[in-house]
Write a protein that binds this ligand. Sequence first.
Ligand SMILES: Cc1ncc(COP(=O)(O)O)c(C=O)c1O
Length: 417
Amino acid sequence: MTPVPLSIRADSLKPSGTLAIAAKAKALARQGVEVLNFSLGEPDFDTPEPIRKAAIDALGSGQTHYLPTLGDAETRAVIADKLTRENGIPGITGDHVAISTGAKHSLYLIAHCLLDPNSTRANEVLLPVPAWVSYAPIIQLAGGKVVQLPTSPAADFKITPGQLKAAITPRSRLLILNSPSNPCGTMYTPDELKAIAAVVAEAAASIAPDLVIVTDEIYEKIVFGGIPHYSIGSTPSVAERTVTINGMSKAFAMTGWRVGYCAAPGEFGARLIKAVDNLQGQMTSCITSFVYPAIRTAIRECGADVERFRHAFAKRARVAHERLMGIPGMVCPTPTGAFYLFPDVSAHFGKKSPAGKTISCGADFAEALLLEAHVATVPGEEFLGCGSRHIRISYACAESQIERGMRQIADFVAKLR
Ligand SMILES: Cc1ncc(COP(=O)(O)O)c(C=O)c1O
């Protein structure tokens, strides 16, 4: 009998390689092997107590019913105020903010509100690579065409204004930016972002009138390289064609709460957020209603916790990078933000692991490292571009684990022949 078919869309989705390595790590753990896990994309801290208490109090007082799809007016206003004060984005009110089920959901909604499948309209998405694993699938599910802009470790994984200018065509619809970056661990300077904004503004006035910047600033608070975080949406020439994405997951150690938001100012922003309202209204409705007070508490009261996390990440970044640089053949820029190292391990390609596996790509390196040295990392292939020469190491874990893991990586590398 012919199997009952799934949709072409469902069939086109590939399982994430990150999950595959996580499954192998779990299988090892079940056999009693101690695996040092550097594959996770989440802070290891607990959500600060006042945030948890705000949710518990709201639950206790019966805030358990539906609320407006994009969030209650008070919480949207708190986010609008944050984006105005901290990020300098002009023209944002609560009506320009949509609260969704994680920044990932915000990105999904924005992609569906700005891209059209099989359309004569602009639908190319300029994506600097290596890039976070979900961007390309989100773009493709919405019918967009990914145009990769390659970057390299020598340039701190950053695109140049000239490179961007050369890639823009009349079909360019979105430019995705993610600074600080997952998986690269580096970030753009304010001047670099202003230069990118100038290219977008010029292109929008000439060949690419539909071009919109989508800037994912989820790691904005985890910065430690002396480069201040800059929101490109605060640049006047592109403010009204920039969508800022952010959320609570990374800054406030709230990954499991599933809270993200997007915002865009002015007339375009108001129209876009209304469209997000319509789409989310048919999709998930509001997020869990007793979470809204916790968002307000986090933004208004938990700056000291955010700073505490930032200091811890800064120290871990220093230790992890120093140890990594002591291992022969590792090429990795100094991290300046987020909590990842993304070393080029290609100096070891062509060698054999102690168990006899030939290492010819990042995935081979990550697999042998896991199976033979019991250190879990993510194969760089997942992140596109030059990623197949890399592995991703997340240092969102205790310093003692970083020290042990780096020793185990060093031992593994020393045995490659
Ligand atoms: C660059 C980037 N954007 C967005 C997200 C998703 O965040 P959220 O938990 O808010 O969906 C992640 C999570 O790993 C990320 O690394």
